[in-house]
Design a protein around this ligand. Structure first.
Ligand code: GAP
Length: 481
């Protein structure tokens, strides 16, 4: 399918479309919005759920040795000490003394951290400064800021030279207190990654599900990071959803399984309908690995603002299990009853961001063309991702056409998310559905009264064909599975 994307500020157009159609929009908007948080409206939450369900099925249905888990967001505070997050989960930060802007030092030249690297410190994914909350104009392109010599720095917000404070490490975890009595409260944290719950629970899961190595535990859920700079719409936010799977393997078998999972995860993005040319691998340099990782590969997507990380495939070794064993005093080894060996399993992790996957899907699907002299915007979403599978229209509001169309709709909606619309011109109704990516439009017209056929219009090619109204369900089932 030919791509038909306009080059001028495509990100703003996508953000505007998402707001217009209630797909994703600023949270708490009536209070002026709150930094970089977004709400997902009816179509947005359906697209997001569709992607999440595909991921879940990919892990737990396709792989008989992978099971699911839903662990708590608030874990024992000691978890974050043992996991290394209290000490290492930070980004270098500088403030501009003139405009008080706050930036990640690793994205600004001349701060001693360099600029232009595309992987930041710690866990960061190095997509650059995102331009704060709001519309996602952003700058993030993985190229960092500045570009001047290493000893001159320029504030990206106000342009002041050499106006930065000393670099300080800023811990990205959100802390909170637990318990109702002020003197008695315990300081704890909102999880910055979902996988720690998997490490804490893996033995009870393995024993109760009678899993033998290699096996995996999959979990989706919210994670929270007090990012220094957010932006590029839903790309980098402080609250987001991760889809993580930890694969427990025998020592010595990691390399082979990293390759297996790299292939699986790449194919997942293709299965979302994303154009393969817009994907690439990035290997983290050995001196820029997160504290737990021995090897790390990112799948990156070419967003309108530049390449950005979608997912990491990591060799975490036995870092986490040994750390929790040492901190909790509980045995974290696995006993292999075939070889009679006891060892700490090695972990291969696949860690994806659901919101980023959705942004990639939307950006990849955004199209503009011209129909009858008018601009048309549509989302060329793969039918299994589209929030509405078919729209059913009576051509006009008379002659009994609405009754027939509504009867088709009532029948179809037992099986598919479909939409009935009789308001406005047929052209306008098609446009509204095109903008949310509805693949099929079914129109009841006067010929339906004669021979019982309706037109089916395909969103991308605008081709139309007539089928009998009793065959519409079968038609959709054949195409949607
Ligand atoms: N457990 C490993 C881990 O959390 P990570 O690379 O820090 O690794 C994994 O994060 C994924 O989570 C990223 O590839 C990205 O898709 C998503 N992610 C991380 N920070 C994010 C943020 N601030 N906003 C949205 N998604 C984020």
């Amino acid at each position: 399918m030919a791509k038909n994307k306009k080059s001028n500020d495509p990100m703003s157009k996508l953000v505007a479309l998402c707001k217009r159609r209630g797909i994703v929009f600023q949270s708490s908007e009536i209070y002026g919005g709150v930094g970089s948080t977004y709400d997902y409206g009816p179509y947005g939450v359906t697209i997001k759920n569709n992607i999440e369900r595909l991921w879940w099925d990919e892990m737990t249905l396709k792989h008989e040795n992978i099971v699911g888990l839903d662990s708590a967001v608030i874990l024992h505070p000691k978890v974050w000490d043992a996991s290394g997050h209290l000490k290492n989960f930070s980004d270098p930060m500088v403030d501009c003394k003139e405009c008080k802007g706050r930036f990640r030092a690793d994205q600004i030249n001349g701060t001693g951290y360099g600029g232009g690297s595309d992987s930041g410190a710690g866990y960061s994914d190095g997509t650059g400064y995102g331009g704060g909350s709001g519309s996602g104009a952003g700058y993030g392109d993985g190229t960092g800021y500045g570009g001047g010599s290493e000893d001159v720095n320029v504030c990206p917000k106000c342009g002041s030279k050499n106006s930065f404070t000393e670099v300080r490490e800023f811990n990205l975890m959100f802390d909170t207190t637990m318990g109702p009595v002020a003197d008695d409260t315990v300081k704890t944290f909102l999880r910055p990654e979902t996988c720690q719950g998997i490490f804490l629970d893996w033995k009870i899961v393995q024993e109760s599900a009678r899993l033998k190595i290699p096996f995996g535990i999959a979990q989706t859920g919210k994670a929270f990071r007090n990012e220094i700079t957010t932006g590029n719409f839903i790309f980098r936010t402080r609250e987001f959803t991760q889809m993580e799977m930890q694969y427990f393997v025998k020592p010595g078998e990691t390399s082979e399984l990293i390759n297996y999972w790299k292939e699986q995860r790449w194919n997942f993005y293709l299965s979302l309908g994303i154009n393969e040319e817009d994907l690439r691998w990035h290997e983290h340099p050995k001196d820029k690995l997160a504290h737990y990782a021995k090897e790390a590969w990112d799948i990156e997507y070419k967003f309108p603002f530049g390449w950005g990380e979608l997912e990491g495939v990591h060799d975490r070794g036995d870092f986490d299990l040994k750390a929790h064993q040492e901190s909790s005093g509980k045995d974290m080894t696995y006993f292999d009853d075939q070889t009679r060996e006891r060892f700490h399993p090695q972990i291969v992790e696949t860690s994806a961001g659901l919101n980023r996957a959705m942004l990639a899907v939307l950006a990849d699907a955004y199209r503009e063309d011209e129909q009858a002299g008018e601009q048309r915007i549509y989302l060329a979403l793969a039918p299994h991702i589209a929030p509405v599978k078919a729209a059913i229209f009576p051509l006009v509001k008379k002659g009994g056409l609405p009754d027939i169309a509504h009867a088709i709709y009532t029948d179809l909606r037992k099986h598919f998310p479909v939409f009935y619309d009789f308001q406005g011109s047929i052209g306008k109704r098609y446009r509204r559905m095109d903008e949310i990516g509805t693949p099929y439009g079914i129109t009841v017209d006067f010929q339906t009264l004669e021979d019982g056929t309706v037109t089916v219009r395909w969103r991308d090619t605008l081709q139309q064909e007539r089928i009998h109204k009793d065959k519409v369900g079968e038609f959709l089932r054949d195409r949607l599975g």
